[in-house]
Design a protein around this ligand. Structure first.
Ligand code: PMP
Ligand code: GLU
Length: 433
């Protein structure tokens, strides 16, 4: 027995998992935390996590429900599904019933299970959120990327989608459309949504409308594409972004009646894997989706703070010749530093990964390279998550000292100083190359 104590197992990993790295968003967060522990001054603009606290009464609902200990139905808690049904109608004018809804431990898990149970290819624009493609790889699914351009604010064009679908019109496909977008902060105007919906309908694609940042849209006018392609759209959302509860892990899918076969298949996989989403969190979520003045008030403040920072940051980058669209929601900027290519080359920096690594080494500012979002490695793009400020403080000052006033530069300077410093560090680093 003892003789074999140090015997090593051969590394026999599932082929789909071999060579995969940890998710870029989580890896950069851990890297930053290690650097901070080792004494480095780090600006965490890597992980996209809401800086704001969960609304007070939602936290209280969680506390009150700590005793909820039973396993809940696989598809989700009935009162939560009712609450989401009303929310969908009231906020987004989407008709659905509680039976159309599935709750999961994060929309990330739901998107993964969907990819697992569906038979067909995955189509995503580039840039897209970091996890769609690796999830496809894990389940052995083919991914087709559709490139987008900075001149078009990195938006998917209906013509390009049409071209891809037309080449093999009956092929089963999932298209994921995420807006306001991670990583660009841009959203789609109504006419573009309608054109995309028309192509999706023509080729009967399954459209996953990832609207997790919908409620953060700065003008409060987010529109769901489900209104224009109801029979083929699954709306993906959750508590993580607008409600600041990423760590609670609660996501939602809303299906049309015609796609209940997918919902049912996903519920089977859920029943054999995670069983059901955490009971106390589901009870608390029922309060979170229960719309009211409190929600409008909370969203008003978080939107105006994010807009103020996003506009300021983008403006500063534009002043130093960086190409970046003015954001319309979420908390991201997707910047193209092509203007600095020659100077970067002089420092032997050829790729977005090298650019971000050197920026972090030299300044302590952590951002994520465009390659993580499906862009070509040599393109000098990067995502900036402008979230490193004290969201609780900023929110409370916006709610008390600025009730009737517009937020101003002083607010930025006093309550968003971490992001401002990071912004100036980035600008100075590039201009000083
Ligand atoms: N979609 C997008 C675009 C995201 O940025 C994220 C990251 N939170 C998710 C889905 C997954 O969110 P969650 O699992 O926290 O619901
Ligand atoms: N969605 C967030 C991001 O893009 C982080 C959480 C995650 O990726 O799971 O940074």
């Amino acid at each position: 027995m003892l003789k074999n104590k140090n015997q090593k197992h051969a590394i026999n990993l599932n082929l789909n998992v071999r060579g995969l790295s940890p998710s870029a968003t989580l890896a950069i967060n851990e890297k930053c935390n290690h650097l901070i522990q080792s004494g480095k001054n780090v600006y965490k603009l890597g992980l996209g996590q809401s800086p704001f606290p969960v609304p007070k009464h939602v936290v209280e609902a969680l506390q009150k429900n700590a005793h909820q200990k039973d396993y809940l139905p696989v598809k989700g808690l009935p009162i939560l599904k009712e609450s989401i049904t009303k929310f969908n109608k009231k906020i987004f004018n989407v008709d659905c019933s509680p039976d159309d809804i599935m709750i999961g431990p994060g929309s990330k898990e739901l998107i993964f299970i969907l990819q697992l149970v569906y038979y067909g290819e995955l189509i995503i624009p580039t840039p897209s959120w970091v996890s769609y493609a690796p999830q496809a790889r894990i389940v052995g699914r083919n991914v087709t990327w559709i490139p987008t351009e900075k001149e078009n604010n990195w938006r998917l064009s209906p013509e390009k989608l049409e071209l891809i679908c037309r080449a093999d019109p009956t092929r089963p496909r999932i298209v994921i459309l995420n807006y306001p977008s991670n990583p660009t902060g841009c959203t789609y105007p109504l006419d573009r949504l309608k054109l995309l919906a028309r192509v999706a309908r023509k080729y009967k694609v399954i459209l996953v409308s990832d609207e997790i940042y919908g409620l953060t849209q700065f003008d409060g006018k987010h529109i769901s594409i489900a209104q224009y392609y109801p029979e083929g759209t699954i709306i993906s959302s959750g508590l993580s972004k607008w409600c600041g509860a990423g760590g609670w892990r609660l996501g939602t899918f809303t299906f049309p009646q015609s796609l209940h076969w997918l919902l049912d298949a996903m519920a089977i996989v859920a029943s054999e894997t995670y069983t059901a989403t955490s009971a106390p969190v589901q009870f608390a979520a029922a309060s979170a989706f229960d719309t009211g003045v409190w929600m409008e008030e909370y969203l008003f403040h978080i939107r105006r703070i994010l807009k103020l920072i996003g506009y300021f940051f983008a403006q500063k980058l534009i002043e130093i010749k960086v190409k970046v669209p003015i954001p319309e929601g979420a908390f991201y900027l997707f910047a193209d530093f092509e203007f600095y290519r020659e100077k970067l080359l002089r420092h032997e920096i050829y790729t977005s990964v090298e650019m971000c690594n050197k920026l972090l080494d030299d300044t302590g500012v952590a951002i994520l390279p465009g390659g993580d979002f499906g862009r070509q490695p040599e393109e000098l793009t990067a995502r900036i998550a402008y979230v490193n400020f004290d969201g609780a403080k900023a929110l409370s000052v916006s709610q008390t000292k600025y009730v009737t006033a517009e937020l101003d530069d002083l607010f930025l300077k006093d309550y968003c100083d971490g992001v401002l410093e990071a912004c100036f560090k980035i600008c100075n680093w590039f201009t000083g190359l």
